[in-house]
Design a protein around this ligand. Structure first.
Ligand code: F6R
Length: 366
């Protein structure tokens, strides 16, 4: 059932192009430059008056939520707040009227996410979700759910569910922007075209030679003291996700930061024995991240550049080339090499990848 792969995690990483296809299936409406999110509660009348979105989630799903924030604000023009579900539920949060609460959860059973969604609902927000399990508690308690079609995720470290959540967030931003008029039919069509081009690009990142290249990188870096992941803009959450994946399955120390925060403390960690991964695709902030690469190098650090920004590859000693795409969808491509890097480092270090120590697949108690 591992389909010839040594671990579920690796199988699930390789399933991601299919997960993309399933999450898009039947939903694209190129004629109107719009999408059909399926289920009820995503009509123009449900979305046109949303004044604020409050995202609540945990772990990897929270990282998808940060990406959702860039998409919903940048594409649909609606302000987004996001919080750790475990913090939101014990604060005294204040919500403005016409808030849409958005829980993001693979399992739909995470205790903190559920409690945060209920609290937001009790404070007057409309509860909605992006979820992977039909009939889960989060789904039952939402007045609208956008189902991800990742299929059952068995590896404890979430991979394909994350990619499905990010794609779902893009679909939601498109639907909201069409409903409130911020996205024109023509822009909607172009966004749909970008989605259609994504599958082939994901396959490039997963090609055997690309995977082999990452295994070689993993081999060269598997004994360093620690890892530092940096990214900006819509790829900042990918830095967080790269660090989380590595911690979870290889037990190596890893930090994920927005690249602009580097100088505010973490730069003190830089030394030859710490590897810095800079996620940088072509877009509005690529020049800024290039200068972070220079700064790490100037302090004797080793850098692996990941993304479509070729100039970053020239500055860094090592690189993972990722095909160019619209900046909005670049996180879907950039996360894959980081999943593979974590996987191969853990494998080379002899870790139990599908059952990492101390972790449960679904955190249904606090
Ligand atoms: C990381 C991971 C966890 C989950 C988190 C939320 O690989 O799997 O961080 O993302 O526990 O779980 P769900 O999405 O089921 O609410």
């Amino acid at each position: 059932e591992k389909g010839g792969y040594e671990h579920y995690m690796l199988k699930e990483i390789h399933e991601q192009p299919d997960v993309l296809a399933r999450t898009l299936e039947g939903r694209l409406r190129p004629d109107t430059g719009d999408v059909d999110l399926g289920g009820e509660g995503w009509e123009d009348s449900d979305l046109a008056n949303v004044e604020r979105v409050q995202v609540v989630a945990c772990g990897t799903a929270l990282h998808a939520g940060y990406i959702a924030r860039y998409m919903i604000e940048g594409l649909a023009g609606v302000p987004v707040d996001i919080d750790f579900a475990s913090e939101f539920r014990y604060r005294d949060p204040r919500l403005v009227k016409n808030t849409m609460a958005l829980a993001i959860s693979q399992s739909g059973e995470t205790a903190d996410t559920l409690a945060a969604l209920r609290l937001a609902r009790d404070l007057g927000a409309r509860p909605t979700s992006i979820c992977n399990v039909v009939g889960s508690t989060v789904m039952r308690e939402s007045s609208a759910t956008l189902l991800t079609e990742a299929g059952p995720e068995i590896g404890v470290a979430s991979t394909k569910a994350f990619v499905a959540q990010v794609v779902a967030a893009y679909l939601l931003a498109l639907r909201m922007g069409r409903a409130n008029g911020r996205i024109s039919r023509e822009q909607g069509r172009e966004m749909i075209e970008e989605l259609k081009r994504l599958r082939a690009r994901m396959e490039t990142v997963l090609a055997p030679e690309a995977v082999e290249h990452i295994r070689e990188l993993a081999d060269r870096h598997r004994n360093v003291k620690g890892f530092f992941f940096l990214g900006r803009g819509i790829n900042f959450p990918i830095a967080l996700e790269g660090a989380l994946k590595l911690k979870e399955i290889s037990y190596m120390h890893a930090e994920g930061y927005p690249a602009g925060e580097m100088k505010h403390g973490p730069i003190a960690l830089i030394e030859p024995d710490l590897t810095t991964v800079v996620v940088n695709s072509i877009g509005g902030v690529s020049e800024k991240s290039r200068s972070n690469i220079e700064q790490v190098k100037a302090r004797g650090g080793r850098v692996i550049a990941v993304g479509s920004d070729r100039q970053s590859h020239e500055i860094a000693e090592e690189a993972v080339v990722v095909p160019e795409s619209s900046e909005w969808l670049s996180p879907v491509l950039n996360v894959i090499p980081l999943q593979l890097l974590a996987y191969h480092i853990a494998d080379l270090r002899g870790c139990d990848i599908d059952k990492p120590r101390n972790l449960a697949k679904s955190v249904t108690v606090e």
